[in-house]
Design a protein around this ligand. Sequence first.
Ligand code: CA
Length: 220
Amino acid sequence: MIVEDEIALAEVVRDYLLVERMHVDMLTSGAGAVELIQAKQYDLVILDLMLPEVDGLTICRELRKASDVPIIMTTAKVEEIDRLLGLEMGADDYLCKPYSPRELVARVRAVLRRRPLGRPAENPATNDRLIIDAGRWQATLDGSQLDLTRREFSLLQALASRPGRVFSRDQLLSLAFPNDTEVFDRTIDSHIRNIRRKIASVSTWDPIRSVYGVGYAYDG
Ligand code: CA
């Protein structure tokens, strides 16, 4: 389901998704969106923030009260994403306009991959390439052990705890280092650089995604 009041954009996105053999419905206003999405049990919702009648924020919150449907939120302002993250509305991904339809399709596929249809969201993927052993502070990628410091381990663990969720640096700080006053939001970046370097030494795959102006996500 695409909820988007820019009809030309919605139609382009719909056409791209049709090529992927997905069934697509569109709504150009927020009115009745919650009821329709719940009634029809969509596999995924692409939800614009600014909508006539009922805005995307309200729709997302209403949906989350009773539904686990994957939601990708789109917004025209990159600053909005930070605010949305702070509100912890439970969307699965956020995308800033203007986006390329190809990018959106890639995100849709990634969200659907992480949330196999008909299974609860919190089920760990069975084909996880990254194995985190919290008891031994060890992370293994594609069978190779990553030589991480404890802080790097905590950070990777926090990111990987919610695949696909975009975390701000502040959120990563409180998740990964709740009692560590020596880590600041800018040091998150250097820890991420180190984790990436260590991952690159054992794999060509980089599961950490930088989200411009916001923070990081783990796309395992
Ligand atoms: Ca809009």
